[in-house]
Design a binder for this molecule. Structure first.
Ligand code: FAD
Ligand code: DHB
Length: 390
């Protein structure tokens, strides 16, 4: 069978692309190798930038987000028990972030796609792509034990870091950059009211901790662990004890409760400096990974899609390929900014060097500078809520 745009992957990138194209009357099909139930329950990010919320609203898929999403107008940054609040409103001209789980975003976007008649083939495993240098590339995939071919005008590789999209980008068309950090995050979800009205990012000499939330009754927290650590090493009491120490501040205490999800995520920065070749275009985690400390991964995926959807629309409406040509360059400015911010936040808040060492004292000085300087606080605030114009 055939379509105009063949999309691999029903994550935030693929799902928003399909909705934007459908609105312009451009046919597309999404191939997703997991089941609907699996992608709708995969626990990942939770922080939406203003731009991401605006796009979901524009797509008419924000009914539940508008009701259940929690707007935050500031964030707490803590260094060995000293806590400093960065307010967004006055530093960014009124922009803010919204807390709403990625799996909720994915559920809402899948429903919106299906309501609008967009075909999502779940449990369709894309195996390889052919003909990206021609005008009708094909995606070969397996579904229900059978082999299929989807012929299209364009292929959108929205299939995440481990997908096949990037593997089909000729190696000589890009440079690759990578940092593997010497620590990971243990993330939990717990049935307990959040102990803080806003997020807390904490450096502690025992390691990083983050207090986030999902609702009035569900908290989301993370702690820095060793790369070879396993969830079996972390019984519930040990997690709460450690979180309580690392997030601690005078006059504040952490409420604990039953933990219903635990997983460990490695931390990496990954980047390629070209996201397209011929009729193949990559977006989201397929092209870049940021460490999660700035809450940028999902937001970058959606930002790429804005450019890709405009470029494809311009091609179909006006036979103009200029935006397709400049797609990588248009995306890369924002991606590099997010790479830098995520790397900065990661080094600022994770334990790397011995307590009292030169590196550690520089880290502390960087933290102190946030409360000393409105310029530094503004730098953090504007990157955290997401720059509007790039
Ligand atoms: P994805 O959401 O990965 O979607 C890609 C889709 O493609 C998947 O559904 C996958 O099943 C499908 N796929 C892959 N290969 C194929 C194939 N061959 N054929 C068909 N389909 C395929 N970001 C944060 O900001 N904060 C966090 O705390 C955070 N935690 C994370 C934890 C984990 C374990 C991971 C993996 C990511 C985390 N992220 C976090 C990053 C954020 O979730 C991603 O940046 C975001 O999901 C990117 O969206 P995407 O649509 O590009 O990719
Ligand atoms: C969440 C995750 C992040 O990586 C982050 O920086 C902020 C919040 C979260 O899951 O809520």
């Amino acid at each position: 069978h055939s379509t105009k745009v063949g999309i691999i992957g029903a994550g935030p990138a693929g799902l928003t692309l399909a909705l934007l194209l459908q609105r312009k009357g451009i046919d597309c099909i999404i191939l997703e190798n997991r089941s609907r139930q699996y992608v709708e329950s995969r626990v990942r990010a939770g922080l939406l930038e203003q731009n991401t919320v605006d796009l979901i609203r524009e797509l008419g898929a924000s009914e539940r987000l508008d009701k259940e999403g929690l707007e935050h107008h500031g964030v707490y940054l803590s260094f060995n028990g000293v806590r400093h609040r960065v307010p967004f409103k006055e530093l960014t001209g009124g922009r803010c972030i919204t807390i709403y789980g990625q799996q909720e975003v994915v559920k809402d976007l899948i429903q919106a796609n299906l309501d609008r008649g967009i075909e999502i083939v779940f449990e369709a495993h894309a195996k390889h792509i052919e003909g990206i240098e021609t005008e009708s590339p094909s995606i070969f995939y397996q579904h229900n034990g059978e082999e299929h071919e989807l012929t299209c005008d364009f292929v959108a590789g929205c299939d995440g870091y481990h997908g096949i999209g990037r593997q089909h980008l000729p190696k000589e068309t890009y440079n690759e950059f990578r940092i593997e950090y010497p620590f990971s995050w243990l993330g939990i979800l717990a049935n307990v009211a959040p102990s803080s009205d806003e997020l807390i990012y904490a450096y502690h000499e025992r390691g990083f901790a983050l207090h986030s939330l999902r609702s009035e009754t569900v908290s989301r927290l993370y702690i820095q662990v060793e790369n070879d650590d396993t969830v079996d090493n972390w019984p519930d009491e040990k997690i709460w004890e450690e979180l309580s120490i690392r997030l601690g501040a005078e006059g504040w205490s952490l409420q604990s409760g039953p933990i219903f999800e635990k997983s460990i995520t490695p931390m990496r920065s990954f980047m390629i400096d070209n996201m397209q070749y011929g009729r193949l275009f990559l977006a989201g985690d397929a092209a870049h990974i940021v460490p999660p400390t700035g809450g940028k991964g999902l937001n970058l995926a959606v930002a790429d899609i804005r450019f890709l959807a405009s470029a494809l629309t311009n091609w179909y409406d006006n036979q103009d390929d200029s935006l397709l040509q400049s797609y990588s360059q248009d995306c890369l400015r924002r991606i590099w900014r997010a790479q830098d911010f995520s790397n900065f936040m990661t080094y600022l808040f994770h334990k790397q060097a011995a307590h009292g060492s030169f590196e550690n004292l520089l880290q502390k000085s960087k933290f102190d500078y946030i409360s000393l300087s409105k310029a530094q606080a503004t730098t953090i605030a504007e990157n955290y809520v997401g720059l509007k114009e790039i």
